[in-house]
Design a protein around this ligand. Structure first.
Ligand SMILES: Cc1cc2nc3c(=O)[nH]c(=O)nc-3n(C[C@H](O)[C@H](O)[C@H](O)COP(=O)(O)O)c2cc1C
Length: 258
């Protein structure tokens, strides 16, 4: 076959594409476990950052070792062994028929349409087994996107230890200011519930008046981003409420006797 014939060119191009696609497929298969490991490491880092426990230069695995993953049945508030905490994926579960549920419009404060019946939570305990802090995954609609984050609560299950989003598509400088360290710092020490155990935490419009009795339940609004700010308030109201983590938090408070 002549080197520069049409059939020769097509043969070389065909062989080249077969070899290249085989190489891409083989790399994808080989790298899959590494990608899964990196995703897991990234999730742990996000959780530690939300709790204010991430330390640059220290091993994420080592810092995360104090946390235990538990799966919560949101309706009953009980911890369950099935689904398995090691493999559970809350986003996939929300979309599935057996583990997911549609959220009636009137209840859908977070604007997420569906949710999983189960959620993973991260608990750290003292040496004597008493709860030290608990980290809850939360998500809900902003203006352009669904914001995904973690809320860390102190051992009283009311005082916020940290709050951070790890994924969103809000506008940098507007809704994207949810990532501003100064804004995130404001959450630390705020009270997420009232004395009756009902969720009460809000991103207000404008700045919090430190003399207001409500200040402990409020965080400054994001300038020029009222829709994102409202979304953050609403997603917390949803996830800390009856349809979210409230049954579990009520149960844990009862067990602790506070
Ligand atoms: C290009 C563009 C991007 C915007 N991004 C956001 C955003 O991420 N979050 C948000 O709440 N509002 C955003 N807004 C503004 C909203 O449209 C709306 O005006 C604003 O939420 C009202 O907030 P304010 O009452 O604090 O001004 C954006 C507006 C424009 C033109």
């Amino acid at each position: 076959m002549a080197k520069d014939s049409i059939s020769g060119t097509l043969l070389v191009a065909g062989l080249l594409s077969v070899v290249c696609s085989a190489l891409v497929s083989i790399s994808a298969v080989i790298l899959r476990p590494l990608q899964a490991e990196n995703r897991d490491l990234d999730r742990k880092k996000n959780i530690l950052q939300a709790a204010g426990l991430f330390e640059e230069g220290r091993s994420v695995e080592e810092l995360f070792a104090k946390f235990e993953i538990r799966i919560v049945d949101l309706a009953s508030g009980d911890f369950v062994d099935d689904p398995d905490a090691a493999t559970f994926n809350q986003r996939k579960a929300a979309l599935s028929n057996d583990q997911g549920l549609p959220i009636p419009k009137k209840d859908d404060l977070a604007g997420i349409k569906r949710r999983s019946r189960f959620a993973p939570i991260y608990v750290s305990s003292d040496d004597d087994g008493s709860l030290q802090q608990i980290i809850l995954p939360v998500h809900g609609k902003g203006l352009w996107s669904t914001l995904y984050g973690y809320l860390a609560l102190d051992s009283d299950l009311t005082t916020i230890k940290g709050f951070a989003f790890y994924e969103h598509g809000e506008t940098p400088g507007l809704g994207g200011e949810v990532d501003n360290p100064r804004w995130k710092e404001q959450w630390i020490g705020k009270q997420a519930f009232d004395s009756a155990g009902n969720p009460r935490i809000e991103v207000i419009k404008g700045a919090v008046d430190p003399d207001s009795p409500e200040a402990r339940h409020q965080v400054d609004g994001l300038a020029g981003a009222t829709i994102t700010s409202r979304g953050v308030s609403a997603l917390l109201e949803y996830w800390l409420g009856e349809k979210g983590f409230k049954p579990m938090l009520d149960r844990l408070r009862d067990e602790k006797g506070n």
